[in-house]
Design a protein around this ligand. Sequence first.
Ligand SMILES: Nc1ncnc2c1ncn2[C@@H]1O[C@H](COP(=O)(O)OP(=O)(O)OP(=O)(O)O)[C@@H](O)[C@H]1O
Length: 261
Amino acid sequence: MLVARNVTKKFESHKKTITAMEDVSLTIGKGEFVSLLGPSGCGKSTFLRLVAGLDPMTEGELILHNEPITGAGRDRGVVFQQYSLLPWLHAWENVAFALKKAEDLSAAQKKEKAYHYLDLVGLKGFEMSYPAQLSGGMQQRVAIARALVFHPSLLLMDEPFGALDAQTRREMQDLVMKVWSEEKCSVLFVTHDVDEAIYLSDRLYIMSAHPGRVAQEMTIDIPKPRDFNDQLSDKFMYYKRAIIMELELQKSLKNKTANKG
Ligand SMILES: Nc1ncnc2c1ncn2[C@@H]1O[C@H](COP(=O)(O)OP(=O)(O)OP(=O)(O)O)[C@@H](O)[C@H]1O
């Protein structure tokens, strides 16, 4: 469904060129859950923003549904670590806000959709709450509902649970699994958390830094739906060890490059 071929992104900053990622090639299948893992600065967020159509790439090809990505679109929903809710709007209005330009929908249909997706993310009864009246996890649920209102075929999530405590994070991981299986969308998920990446993903890519490239691809062969017990299994530990070893390797290569520089 998504094909990235030799994608390179360079930024011009203070008369210097920063190559955020170089020659990145990867794929995401229909209904597949794919994570990006890698050291800080390897270009994970940059890649997600390119797929979201928020920034242009420098070189390469990004194809979604057989069409090149030229900008943002309803076929993609994005969730960032910051919830970015409008504090003066109720939860349902924050979700409906994403539908502002949807002229094909009446005000009543927009409200109905907002209520439907708030229900899906477990916020039935909180539709009339303001963001300040909701916990961090609940605010992120509103942000997820907002990303889902167009029923996107690809959900892009950039460290969505990075600001949450461990218990809430686990609840949110299960929520994402539920949303993914009910909406039948594909997911591109950026995370630093190895356990989270294994628990959620069908497949993951480990990236190297400076410039960011794909270092390794791994298929997580643990049947879904998964639960907490899977995180204690030998297979899970096998993947965890392999990923941590690869990340350590990437870290030492990054330090060597930095020392040479
Ligand atoms: N708008 C920008 N202007 C200049 N440089 C940028 C810009 N955005 C990102 N970069 C640079 O591109 C590189 C990749 O950044 P990016 O945020 O994509 O990495 P990341 O892997 O998501 O990092 P982290 O895991 O810490 O969030 C970094 O060196 C960063 O400084």
